[in-house]
Ligand binder design. Sequence first.
Ligand code: PEP
Ligand code: MG
Length: 324
Amino acid sequence: LTRMLESEQFLPNETEDGHSVKLMVNTGLSLEIASSLKARVDGVGLYRTEVPFMMHQRFPSEQEQQRLYRDQLEGFAPLPVVMRTLDIGGDKDLPYFPIEEDNPFLGWRGIRVTLDHPEVLMVQLRAMLRAGEGLNNLRILLPMVSCVEEVITALKLMDRVIEELKHDGVSIERPLVGVMIEVPATLYQLDALAQLVDFFSVGSNDLTQYLLAVDRNNARVSSLYDACHPSVLRALYHVAVESNRLGIPASVCGELAGDPAGALLLTGMGYDMLSMNAPNLARVRAAIRRVSLGSARQLVEETLTQPTPALVHRHLFNRMNEWG
Ligand code: PEP
Ligand code: MG
């Protein structure tokens, strides 16, 4: 079976009836830039910049960051690379920047940290923009956004960095910028957000955690943590429908996108870009190649009527079995 899946790795990611779905990879370590990876993905859907930050003894300098980012951008060019600004806090701590809080997942996380430390954000943006010079494949993603003002402030800082670079004789345009849809509040402000940015990337891991009020790392409640909870699926469907209506591209980069049944559901909902860890690519590609867009849509319709996560899973399991 593995050999069969491997042999399909260079075939198009499209449904039986030719609807194509972009398959992207989630990265963080530069080790992941293998030439074989580049040949079988459509780009990097999520580069988690906090990963290299976690492996340093202190904040990496602008030059060090620029080198790391250049490796990613060059390694995948001309394919797009979505670089997420530092997403620390919650479960991701930097040893040299400890954050002590009673409720870290509801606290100082992601863009909240970097907007409180604009110097950190600006150095990072500058390193990204300089790394992207001449390649034209950099995209920037903002994590943990919960309100429109955060996006406005981040864009202002980005424009300031671009002005400063221009002043230094480096002329760079603002790249495509996206917002992570992972805090439930953003579900109801997609229209306002779509006016500010160029794409959405749904973080189904955090969206699940925050919609269900279940800590994604707490073993005691782990049976309640389920991206296939009917409410999470409805939220994901809502984002797909609204993004299509607003004409803004939307992708999913959480674990659900790397699960074959999850990927079929997301395809049926209307997402045409899925980003996942490299080991999941083969199975997801195989699943997509074995169904039609119509049957993926029907799967969504049937699944959305299931009232419990267990029934959702049973339904998905049965359909996946039927489809082999
Ligand atoms: C997510 O929240 O789904 C996501 C992709 O980001 P992370 O897992 O890094 O929080
Ligand atoms: Mg997240």
